[in-house]
Write a protein that binds this ligand. Sequence first.
Ligand code: V47
Length: 394
Amino acid sequence: MLVSTTIQATDSSLDSIVAKVANQERLTLADGIALYESPDLWTVCSLADNVRRRMHGDITYYNINRHINYTNVCALSCKFCDFHRKKDQEGAYEHSLDDIKNEAALAVESGATEIHIVGGLHPWLPFEYYTSMLEAIGEIAPEIHIKAFTAVEIVHLARITKRARDGIAGISSVLEELIECGLGSLPGGGAEVFDDRVHDEVFRGKIGGEKWMDVHRVAHQLGINSNATMLYGHVETQEDRINHMLLLREEQDRALECDNYGKFQTIIPLPFIPGVSELAHLPGPCGVENLRTIAITRLMLDNIPHVKAFWIMQTLQMAQHMLECGANDIDGTVVWYDITKVSSDTTHQECTVADLQRAIIDAGFVPVERDTLYRKVMRDGTRWSIEERPITVH
Ligand code: V47
């Protein structure tokens, strides 16, 4: 699709970037920093909107999904996180396999196409808990795609099965076993910001960027897709954010060169939500910072097809604005979500399909229900099938 790029920046330091975007040339670290520093937010967002419309026209994706956070017990205590609890701490929980089966049955009943599963690094749950969870969901909900376990959880599983000492081979063997049990793809969580200083300051003890990337690379080699996130608005600099994006872009270049590899499907910038975390004294990013970051993500990551404005963290109202600043996906119905709470005090954070569609239409876009792999879903109530033809951009 051709979209004309007749953008006149009021900030002349953006002129060369305007020309590059019009010519579909790759942006550099210096360009990314200029986009952050420019007072001309309108141009930054308009450029991203141009790229988004070139790639996706006026389509905005949503899905019918269900998130399951199976435990909040975590061996780590990352400073930005107010989800984690220690085993005997008030509010600590771990869901039984029966709880998970009930959720899977409810997911089928609601017509969900995806279950998204993540949790803390529980010190005592055995590997069989995870494999049985995947198999049980597969029995109850064979059509549903299971997107589960961040890279950090995969490394944790390699450790508890004593495969971590085999390095990449150990990670590969864990992933292969999970795929056999029904794992369909990896979510993007746990990437935070790929920078050693930031790592040591706010999530020391968690795997660093190289390990995170190793896990996603192995997943891609095994043929499954994954997503990527960037948790911004705490102690990182704007340069750290752009470097994070460039590392993802390089990795995606490598994946795209190989036949039969999986790839990064979606980049999800996550605004830091202070909550009652150890970093609660920080304000978290404000609205325009969120718009700008979504826009810059679209512009820098030219080889990742989708940019998601996760409505749970961005709010549905801000996600609507983000559709004009580079985002083309807002995630789904979600139902339960425990990691952050912005618009709700409870873990019941659900958005109906009607509300997701209304938000997209009111923002001037065309809602399209997708499955996890961005295929169009044909729906008759809670019964659904996948349209095999690629989605036409109009
Ligand atoms: O891994 C934790 C982050 C992630 C906070 O792949 C926080 O489609 C903000 O990754 N403020 C989980 N963020 C969420 C996630 C995700 C969400 C939606 C879709 C997909 C996808 C992935 O949330 C964690 C961590 O990076 N996080 N604490 C916080 N206070």
